[in-house]
Design a protein around this ligand. Structure first.
Ligand SMILES: [Zn+2]
Length: 296
């Protein structure tokens, strides 16, 4: 991975030349609760908007996947699983993968290493209690990671799906990484909470369908993984589910695309490509310590 020679093509399973993963970050009310953890406001708006996810959005997305014969990876904050104890068992019964997404959707910059570890271990325990099995994968809330978090994933044998240093599965500090991408995350296009805090109105589905169709074409051309990430309360809405239906029809009709869960992608990487694309997550020193820098 140094120099100008293109990297050798990623070894997808026999007959496949690119990959597609349908992932869902089942945030529901968790980010709202975490953001208001010091004092939960006596306001229903955001809580109701997000509660649409478990009520309607998630079942709608699950039906859509079933109609295309696609298994997804659902990353669920433990506090959402606590509030909806049917969720993890139902997803597993339908053949999907469930993975970790924080206990409270806690943001890494707002917790200590110890707090992160405590919440991670508690979330694994909750998954075991509710499903009888340990989750295999972790996706960080808001897709930020630290060296400590990677070390904990390595200690617990978890793959990670939060970083985007490559477009195909690889390893970071010895942890199998199934990369994500902001451009194929529904939140950046559609998330709209009202109250004046939004940067722009939500995009229409025409624009997003065009962008994601281009992403799919480019993924097939360059042999990458297209990691689609949607949210229960955002893409579970009727018009967006209708758009996803069209996109999934394209994906399911393409014989060259390997449609896999994040866990299957991680397993394939460990079994068939573990010796390539090994990244060390060392951070550079501050420029202010560089000999070319001079204090005023
Ligand atoms: Zn999330």
């Amino acid at each position: 991975m140094t120099g100008l020679a293109p990297a050798p093509a990623y070894p997808w399973p026999e007959g496949k030349t690119s990959a597609f993963c349908f992932s869902v970050d089942v945030d529901a009310h968790a980010p709202w609760l975490w953001a208001n953890r010091d004092r939960v406001p006596n306001l229903l708006g955001h809580h109701e908007q997000r509660s649409f996810g478990p009520r309607v959005g998630l079942p709608r997305i699950a039906s859509l996947l079933a109609s295309h014969g696609i298994k997804g990876s659902f990353f669920v904050p433990a506090i959402v699983a606590e509030a909806h104890p049917w969720m993890l068992p139902a997803l597993l019964d339908a053949g999907h993968e469930v993975g970790l997404h924080g206990y409270f959707h806690e943001l890494v910059a707002q917790v200590s290493d110890d707090q992160f570890t405590h919440a991670l271990e508690a979330s694994i325990q909750l998954f075991k209690d509710q499903t009888g099995q340990a989750p295999r994968g972790f996706r960080s809330p808001a897709w930020e990671m630290t060296p400590h978090m990677l070390a904990e994933c390595r200690r617990l044998g978890l793959y990670d799906s939060s970083l985007m240093g490559l477009e195909t599965p690889h390893s970071v500090d010895g942890v199998t990484e199934v990369p994500v991408s902001w451009a194929t995350d529904d939140a950046i296009f559609f998330k709209f909470l009202g109250g004046g805090g939004d940067m722009a109105p939500p995009l229409g589905t025409d624009a997003v369908m065009r962008a994601w169709t281009e992403e799919l074409q480019a993924s097939r051309r360059y042999g990458t993984l297209m990691m689609l990430t949607v949210h229960d309360w955002i893409s579970g809405k009727a018009v967006r589910a209708q758009m996803l239906d069209k996109l999934l029809a394209h994906v399911a009709g393409a014989p060259d695309i390997w449609i896999a869960t994040a866990g299957q992608l991680a397993g394939h990487h460990r079994a068939h490509a573990a010796d390539r694309d090994m990244v060390q997550a060392t951070l550079p020193a501050s420029p202010l310590t560089h000999p070319a820098w001079k204090d005023a």
